[in-house]
Design a protein around this ligand. Structure first.
Ligand code: ASP
Length: 591
């Protein structure tokens, strides 16, 4: 080994010891004839001092530039008082250099590597190998490695077997578009990259493996948002002969251990909340329980109100009128309310009605609002009582299709929580349970809320009779308003699986063609089984405090699903296309 220590490992206990460091020149300073090189490696930065007395070494140090790769030997010594840097792991010491070897030179990097420089993301991604040298980026990837290592250890200790599943496979219905790979040997046929190892892990249960896990790459060709990537990583698990409580318990313990081990954070037991309650109180199936604001239904008080914000869809079966009380925010300026109105507009809300509660004792006179004149006083009082409004509060209202009200007020609740600094704790983990089996599309057809292999809580006959109201045996783990993972008890009964396919409008022929292997497997002794998958990137994002999953992936794609470093996706030559039996349309060639 060329080095004796990592830079970040040096401390006062090594005083007087000779060390050899290998790394990059982070910064170079001249101070009255003395040269200071900050040498950086994965573990940190150390200050190395070159005094003019060692002329040969000093002259070499004089010629190095930022990001040169060097090997330095010297003696550790305590820094003089006043020169101690408490922000640096090795800030108490410095290295008095006796030898310096330049292992490689470097052009001036395209951007400086100190944490204060503002560099565009595109540039950072183009030169990711330099960007990842920045200590804060290295820290994130190191934490990611500690997270996967903790999880592997837990799962290994609990009898889970790590089994790999194919990347070249058939379409797996997780609800997104597939990435396709053309087959050379089967003209006109395509592999799909897995959206998740869902069916393979179920088949591993049929095969008797009992407890499986895999840190698995998944591929979904979706429009990207801040927390989405076309390829992402799941901690994927499946077990046999366990019910949902067992699975939630074992994975909750895994997450609790992980946070204790890596961040020294203690979680209590996770609360369980039915989906319907989460939607009613928070307008979301992944509520952020750190924020103490809740939606309250008030439609019954506004049935006769002739005011357009509260009429129309709100009185439909699927409509919702809800109020959101914000304690002590009654002095919010008009401009801020306008901003929030624009904000909820992004979620489809046509407006944002509000009541400022100045002085309840004065009746209507004590309320400031564009809508109170449309609402009978008795109803107003009932609403204000119901939301618990007191003087100094503001109450917002949403009235629209239930989905719009939930999305808009749900998002507003979170925005207000952050803007007004209302968060009551740092971490709020929970389980959401009792999801519906299906959701209805605009054309009346049904889609599986989790995926079509999720077991309902009822018999095939009951499911067929009332699919819209059937509940599933699915569960999501939610942390701070982010879905960390989700899973379910699966269908292991062939008849039930066929019933679900039927309800989803998948014909018998299509069932045989797409899922024949699964229906076969269910014939040959499939055990009761279930599992769950965690989104590793999101988990790491939350644990590192990063604001995008791109920050915790070594080589992520851009928002337009491309890699600016390798220039992928790239064109291929016509010979390769011919071998794959593919001819590009004229238009694609021109573009
Ligand atoms: N395959 C599911 C997903 O990717 C997770 C599961 O049901 O285990 O969301």
């Amino acid at each position: 080994m060329m080095r004796s220590h990592y830079c970040g490992q040096l401390n006062a206990s090594l005083d007087g010891q000779e060390v050899t460091l290998c790394g990059w020149v982070h910064r170079r300073r001249d101070h009255g004839g003395v040269i200071f090189l900050d040498i950086r490696d994965r573990e940190g930065i150390a200050q190395v001092v070159f005094a003019p007395e060692h002329e040969d070494v000093f002259n070499k140090a004089d010629r190095v530039r930022s990001e040169y790769v060097v090997k330095v030997t010297g003696t550790v010594r305590l820094r003089p008082e006043g020169a101690v840097n408490p922000n640096m792991a090795s800030g108490e010491i410095e290295v008095d250099a006796s030898a310096l070897e330049v292992l490689n030179q470097a052009d001036t990097p395209p951007f400086p590597l100190d944490e204060h420089s503002e560099v565009g993301e595109e540039t950072r991604l183009r030169y990711r190998f330099i960007d990842l040298r920045r200590p804060e980026m290295a820290e994130k990837l190191k934490l990611r490695s500690r997270i996967t290592s903790s999880i592997r250890r837990y799962l290994d200790d609990n009898g889970f077997l790590d089994v790999e599943t194919p990347i070249l496979t058939r379409a797996t219905p997780e609800g997104a578009r597939d990435y396709l790979v053309p087959s050379r040997t089967h003209a006109g046929s395509f592999f799909a990259l897995p959206q998740s190892p869902q069916l393979f892990k179920q088949l591993l249960m049929v095969a008797g493996f009992d407890r499986y896990y895999q840190i698995a790459k998944c591929f979904r060709d979706e429009d990207l948002r801040a927390d989405r990537q076309p390829e992402f990583t799941q901690i994927d698990m499946e077990t046999s002969f366990m019910d949902e409580d067992d699975i939630m318990a074992i994975t909750e313990t895994m997450v609790r251990n992980l946070f204790k081990e890596v961040l020294n954070v203690e979680f209590g037991e996770f609360p369980h909340m039915p989906y319907s309650e989460a939607m009613r109180r928070f307008g979301s199936d992944k509520p952020d329980l750190r924020i103490p604001l809740e939606l309250v239904d008030v439609a019954d008080q506004l049935t006769d109100v002739d005011f357009k914000v509260f009429s129309g869809p709100a009185n439909d079966v699927k409509g919702r009128v809800a109020a959101l009380r914000v304690p002590g925010a009654g002095s919010m300026p008009r401009k801020q309310i306008d901003d929030y109105t624009k904000f909820v507009g992004n979620y489809g809300a046509k407006g944002l009605a509000y009541i400022k509660v100045n002085e309840r004792a004065l009746g209507v006179e004590g309320l400031q609002s564009p809508i109170v004149k449309f609402i009978p006083e008795a109803n107003l009082n009932t609403i204000l009582d119901r939301v618990g409004a007191v003087d100094g509060d503001i109450v917002f209202f949403g009235a629209d299709k239930a989905s719009v009200v939930n999305d808009a007020l749900g998002a507003l609740r979170i925005r207000l929580g952050h803007d007004l600094e209302l968060l009551t704790c740092q971490w709020a983990p929970m389980w959401v349970v009792d999801f519906p089996m299906f959701e209805e599309n605009d054309d009346g057809s049904l889609t599986a809320i989790h995926h079509p292999f999720t077991s309902p809580k009822c018999s095939p006959e009951e499911l067929k009779a009332a699919p819209q109201t059937a509940l599933s045996r699915a569960y999501d783990m939610v942390l701070n308003g982010t879905e960390l993972g989700g899973g379910s008890i699966r269908i292991h009964d062939r008849k039930m699986q066929q019933t679900v396919f039927e309800i989803l409008g998948i014909s018998e022929e299509e069932q045989r063609e797409k899922f024949g292997f699964l229906l076969d497997a269910l014939k040959y002794g499939a055990p009761p089984h279930g599992g769950l998958a965690f989104g590793l990137d999101r988990l790491v994002m939350l644990m590192t405090g990063a604001n995008s999953i791109r920050e915790v992936i070594a080589f992520p794609k851009t928002q337009s699903a491309a890699c600016v470093m390798t220039q992928a996706p790239g064109e291929v030559d016509s010979k390769a296309l011919r071998e794959l039996h593919i001819r590009l349309r004229e238009q694609a060639k021109v573009e």
